[in-house]
Design a binder for this molecule. Structure first.
Ligand code: ATP
Ligand code: MG
Length: 399
């Protein structure tokens, strides 16, 4: 096995269905893979036909790199593989290395040739390598339900041998689909919504509305912790912390209680759009789910969208709370979201918000507000923080 080297072999699914944009998505995927593993196994990323290979540096920890790769959007599956020359004699020690130390009563070899001019067929390779494993281990071949599958991917210049394929998130690599602004509360839903868009290839810029000094800064602490977690999927993030307490105070003075929640939401959309335009984002994302609370009825969602000039994406609209919670747990945001806090939505919120406001009612409620001034006040007062993964450094970059 002198010439065998460990590598991570990465397969994608959806990118391979793309036409003219495939090279662009692959460039993003390669860059993100390199970035995700930067501190645990810097190595060379190579694009091969239909897959990407991360060659591991000498001091890399293959398992640690694999754990990182499993979180890179666009990855369908990945595995730690042995890379050997494409001669069957070189494949044999790699196959034995993969099976050694494992307990299994049945197995199969799944050989695939990426080019059909290879001197042996896949069936011949399966037989020859399978016989070897059978002789060494006594396990039997089971093509239908084996306890262990050994994959052998034969490319012209090199072959990859591995077991234990691990699933990735799937979807598309972050960066390939443009930028969106996510409205991030400290709740359970909006971090999941933001992640859903990352998985569709978007870079997500975060906007959090807080009510400091009217409320303590706990919601900001949560927003930071959530962004820090979500940055593990996009490597660089920006969080805009927007002061909303003064805006709410003016709303309370001018708007009757039942209309306030929808008026707050419409202001959030206007402010978030102003930020989105500044950072080149093309859409907003919220964690709304139909019917979950008063502001999320069809009528009120219409009132919110009326003030938007860019799409308001709501990836959770058809999900129920249990499904959203399960996803938050998988992402590791749930534990952060359930920490008690004082979200701005708890400030000045009426007991009985209107569930079906008409356009005229909202317009009348807003008529007594100086909307452009309120929006400008919030945008100008925003603080921007940056986040990085793996480096995990944070610094205020703007006041
Ligand atoms: P979440 O669990 O995301 O807080 P929710 O079920 O509590 O959602 P709402 O409070 O009605 O629902 O908020 C709807 C959406 O509005 C949120 O998902 C989020 O996108 C946005 N939002 C609400 N409050 C804030 C905030 N303080 N800062 C930024 N966005 C917010
Ligand atoms: Mg909430």
């Amino acid at each position: 096995m002198a010439r065998a080297r460990a590598a991570i072999i990465v397969h994608y699914h959806e990118i391979s269905l793309k036409g003219g944009t495939r090279p662009m998505f692959l460039r993003h995927l390669a860059r993100n893979l390199e970035r995700a593993a930067a501190d645990v196994g810097p190595g060379r990323v190579r694009q091969l036909t239909g897959r990407i290979v991360l060659e591991l540096g000498e001091h890399a920890d293959p398992e640690a790199v694999k754990q990182r790769v499993m979180r890179v959007c666009g990855v369908a599956n990945c595995a730690v593989a042995w890379r050997v020359p494409s001669q069957v004699e070189a494949m044999k020690p790699a196959v034995l290395r993969v099976v050694e130390g494992r307990e299994f009563a049945s197995f199969r070899i799944t050989a695939r040739r990426a080019f059909k001019t290879y001197p042996m067929t896949s069936v011949e390779l399966n037989r020859e390598l399978g016989t070897l494993v059978q002789e060494r281990t006594g396990a039997r071949v089971d093509l239908h339900d084996p306890e262990l599958t050994v994959h052998v991917e034969v490319l012209p210049a090199e072959t990859f041998v591995y077991a234990d394929r691990e699933p990735g998130p799937g979807g598309l690599p972050v960066g390939g689909s443009g930028t969106v602004v996510a409205l991030l509360s400290g709740g359970i839903d909006s971090p999941v919504a933001a992640w859903r868009l990352m998985k569709r290839g978007c870079r997500v810029v975060f906007v959090h509305f807080h009510s400091v000094p009217y409320l303590p800064d706990t919601s900001q602490v949560k927003a930071r912790a959530l962004v820090e977690r979500l940055t593990e999927w996009q490597y660089d993030s920006r969080l805009h912390l927007v002061p909303f307490g003064e805006v709410q105070r003016e709303v309370v003075l001018a708007v009757p209680p039942p209309a306030r929640v929808v008026v707050y939401r419409r202001l959030m959309v206007r402010i978030a759009e102003a930020i989105a335009r500044r950072c080149g984002a093309a859409a907003l994302v919220t964690g709304e789910s139909l019917g979950q609370v008063a502001s999320q009825t069809l009528a009120n969602l219409s009132r919110i969208d009326e003030v938007a000039t860019m799409p308001v994406l709501r990836p959770l609209i058809g999900m129920d709370k249990l499904e959203i919670t399960a996803e938050a747990q998988r992402l590791g945001t749930f534990e952060i979201s359930i920490e008690p806090d004082a979200d701005c939505c708890t400030l000045f919120v009426p007991k009985h918000p209107a569930t079906r406001m008409t356009p005229d009612e909202v317009r009348a409620a807003e008529a007594r507000l100086d909307l452009p001034r309120l929006v400008a006040m919030a945008v100008d007062g925003a603080q921007v923080e940056t986040f990085e993964f793996p480096a995990r450094t944070r610094a205020a970059v703007a006041g």
